[in-house]
Design a protein around this ligand. Structure first.
Ligand SMILES: [Zn+2]
Ligand SMILES: [Zn+2]
Ligand SMILES: [Zn+2]
Length: 145
């Protein structure tokens, strides 16, 4: 997968920490830097492996913090493993390629109203939803026999 870097992630993270009165620690920046260097999605374990000097619990805590702040989103692969990737902030879904693993953001979700209506028939009050779309990306379709 091509390596993409996300330098804006670091700047926004630092700004956001300052705004919410949280400390900008060296460890926090180390975790954010390791994430910004990665292209595509990754597991928390991969970040642990990349940062042997940082405790595992610290890595997990900071990934959770980044996800809560909207800088990372969770990507559920078809095999059930949970990955993270640098996020567009805000609600969106992913188009996950089952051949190369690419997870593209699918912006503009308009199924919440439909779900509200359907779930309302069962007297259920919807608070959210999570949807991943699996298939083949354009490149993998052109490579398919
Ligand atoms: Zn995403
Ligand atoms: Zn693909
Ligand atoms: Zn949605």
């Amino acid at each position: 997968m091509p390596a993409a870097t996300h330098p804006p992630l670091l700047d926004s993270f630092i700004a956001h920490l300052a705004e919410s009165d949280q400390r900008v620690t060296a460890t926090r920046l180390q975790v954010a830097k390791a994430i910004a260097r990665r292209g595509g999605h990754f597991t928390a374990e991969e970040i642990c492996a990349a940062l042997p000097s940082v405790g595992r619990a610290t890595v997990y805590r900071n990934i959770k913090l980044l996800a809560e702040m909207g800088f990372l989103c969770r990507v559920l692969l078809e095999d059930g493993s949970l990955h993270y990737q640098v996020s567009h902030r805000g609600h969106h879904h992913h188009l996950v390629c089952t051949a190369c693993g690419l997870a593209q953001d699918l912006l503009g979700c308009d199924i919440q109203d439909l779900l509200r209506t359907r779930a309302g028939d069962s007297g259920f009050a919807v608070s959210g939803h999570w949807l991943e779309v699996y298939g083949l990306c354009r490149d993998c379709q052109s490579k398919a026999p």
